[in-house]
Structures are given as C-alpha cells and as structure tokens.
Design a protein around this ligand. Structure first.
Ligand code: NAP
Ligand code: ZN
Length: 335
C-alpha cells in the first residue's frame, strides 16, 4: 500500500511541513479520493493552533475537498472510479443512532471529522466513508465549488432549517469565506439580505454578491438605525462582537444563529429574548443529504466561491493570508 503525502502541522501554530503516512488497508465502506482542490477554511487555522483543544499532532489539515474516486472498498456501490466527488468536515458517523437514521448525521455523537485525529485534504489523497463522499454536479467548477463542502453547507443548512424565504430579512455577519457564500444562498432563497461587516471596503463586493444593504458594524449609529429590522441573523465571525447590539437588530421572534466560533463565551441579557420572543441558536455543517441538495442549488442558482488559488506546496502562504484576513474570499489549494 502506497503512503499518502501531504503537509502536516507538527505542533500548535507551527508551519506545515511535508509529511507522509501509511493509510492501511482500504475498508469495505471506504473511498480514497485523489485530491485536485482543497479550500482553506478558518477552522483549519483554529485546528493548527489548537484553539479548541482537540488537535493531535502531527495531522494534515483540510476539509473542503474535491477530487476523483481513486479506489473504493468492496461494499461501495454508489460511486465509480474516476468520478468527481467532494468531502467536507465530516468523514464518518455511526450510521445507527437516532440522528443518523433521521438523516441528521452531522448531529451523531460518534461523528468523525476529516482532519481531527486523522489526516485531511492538504494532501494528494484522502479517505472517508462512502456515505460522506458526495458527487459534484457537472455545472460546478472544482476550484470554486471546493469551499461549498464546508463553508457552503455550514451557511446553507441553517438558512434552510429556519425556513428563510422571500418574506425573510436576513443579516449576514462577517463577510469572509462563509459569509460571502451566505449572502449568495440567502439571495437565492429570495430573502432581503443585509451584510454586517467590520470592513467598509467590502461594501461594493457584498452588494455584487447579492446583498441589498450593507452595515459597517464599527459605526454605532449605523447599527442603531437597523434596530428591529432582521428576522434571521447568521453570524460567521470568529471574533468577539457586541452581541447585544445584534440582538437589538432582530425583529420580534427573530433568531441570532452562530456558525462562526468567537473565542469568548457569548453573554446576552435575557430581556430582548423575553420581550420579543427572540432566540439564539447555532448550527454545525450539514448532513450528506443536505450537501447533495446544497450542491444542486448552487449549480442551478450559480452560487460559487470567489477564490484565490495557491499551489498545494504554498499552503503556508495561503494560511498566512487567511490569518491576516487578506483573502477575498476563500483560498483554495490545487494539486
Ligand atoms: P474567514 O474567511 O476568516 O471570515 C471570517 C470573517 O469574520 C472575516 O472575513 C471578517 O469579516 C470577520 N472577522 C474576522 N476577524 C474579525 C474581528 N477581529 N472582528 C470582527 N470581525 C472579524 O473565516 P471562515 O472560514 O468564514 O470561518 C468563520 C468561522 O466559522 C470560523 O470561526 C470557523 O471556525 C467557523 N466555522 C464553523 C462551522 C460550523 O459548522 N459551524 C463550519 C466552518 C467554519 P468582515 O471583514 O466582514 O468583518
Ligand atoms: Zn470548515
């Protein structure tokens, strides 16, 4: 069995170094993907620096993967060798619990992540359970679709789950990898979309992506003017914010939904929750079924990531640029 070569983090926050590992015998349900593209999600940076205390070194990051089926286990019937496929954050689940049976595999307690305690997509190939290896619609370009496998599904799922529709007023907080896809999906769902950003320079691009309105969140007056205007606010920022100010922008019965992971606990006064029956929630990635649906919607409504391509060998350069929030809007590594 050939070794798999990639780039691994060997210690918290360290530069990635060339690394190879022995994948062992291919399991009956497993698929090996020859990787063509892998997006650089902010979660990879959190893992590399062990922000969440779950990283085990060395490991190869990367979980926005597109490639072709290179090998399949004996029990895999649904895919063909050479077929173009994608793999996101989740690479396996128990398949038997209530959540797996309900088609909500992303809530399975035994869920396995593509690059946590295993090696991910900054590599020439990767393996996963066939259920999580998703065919890519022909209309999608691999470089621009790779970020849909994590960033895309993470914003698509809550918009769908919370019933966003043409009557909805949706706020997207943080216009980065996730946020720029959220604007496009919310627009495809027919909603009135407002971009909330700390970067005044992103206004024109946010509008070009489909936002009807743009709020510079650094301006207290601009935030105040939005009081009581939003039905659903999706926050994608990985930084602490004035969450009470966002609660104030919600209409009665509105929801503030976290997909980005701020470093500190979120503290909010109970009063706006009580008086307006407002809610706070969160959402993790999406199920394999949701991934298929999201890719189909992306293909038909032309939702795609705005990308900056780096060769796989330049992964460290890409990571540095993401760290400085200089990428518009997703770095994608290509083999
Ligand atoms: P990203 O491309 O770096 O975008 C994050 C955006 O947040 C930035 O573009 C910026 O937008 C805003 N931001 C960054 N630093 C800020 C600061 N100091 N103050 C205010 N705003 C700041 O990251 P991403 O890949 O979209 O990931 C975003 C977050 O989602 C990460 O925490 C990641 O781990 C998490 N995530 C969660 C899931 C899930 O399943 N829930 C899945 C994937 C990722 P503006 O310039 O517009 O302010
Ligand atoms: Zn991700």
């Amino acid at each position: 069995m050939a070794q798999i070569r990639g780039l691994a983090a060997h210690a918290a926050g360290a530069e990635l170094l060339p690394y190879r590992y022995e994948p062992g015998a291919l399991g009956a349900q497993e698929v090996e993907i020859a990787i063509s593209h892998c997006g650089v999600c902010r979660s990879d940076l959190h893992l590399i620096s062990n922000d969440w205390g779950i990283s085990q070194y060395p490991f190869i990051p990367g979980h926005e993967i597109i490639g072709t089926v290179a090998a399949m286990g004996s029990a895999v019937r649904t895919l063909k060798e050479g077929q173009r496929v994608g793999l996101g954050w989740q690479s396996n689940s128990c398949g038997e619990c209530e959540w797996c049976i309900r088609g909500m595999e992303n809530l399975c307690a035994a869920s396995e992540a593509t690059c946590v305690h295993r090696n991910g997509g900054y590599a020439e190939s990767v393996r996963a359970d066939a259920r999580f290896v998703i065919p890519i619609p022909e209309a999608l370009n691999s470089e621009r679709a790779a970020p849909l496998l994590c960033g895309g599904i993470t914003v698509y799922s809550p918009l769908r789950a919370h019933g966003v529709n043409p009557s909805s007023r949706v706020g997207v907080v943080g216009i980065g990898g996730l946020g720029h896809l959220a604007i496009q999906f919310a627009r495809a769902f027919g909603a009135q979309v407002t971009a909330f950003s700390t970067s005044a320079g992103k206004e024109e691009e946010a509008r070009a992506l489909g936002a009807h309105d743009f709020v510079n969140t650094c301006e207290t007056k601009a935030m105040k003017e939005k009081t009581g205007t939003q039905d659903f606010i999706l926050t994608t920022v990985n930084a602490d914010q004035d969450w009470s100010a966002f609660m104030q922008t919600l209409r009665p019965t509105g929801t503030l939904c976290f997909v980005g992971v701020p470093p500190s606990p979120v503290t909010i006064h109970a009063f706006p929750l009580i008086s307006g029956m407002r809610a706070i929630t969160g959402s993790p990635i999406g199920s394999p079924f949701a991934l298929r649906e999201m890719l189909d919607v992306a293909a038909r409504h032309r939702v795609q990531a705005q990308t900056e391509q780096f060769s796989m060998a330049k992964a460290n350069e890409a990571i540095e640029k993401v760290k400085k929030s200089k990428v518009r809007y997703r770095a994608v590594l290509a083999n």
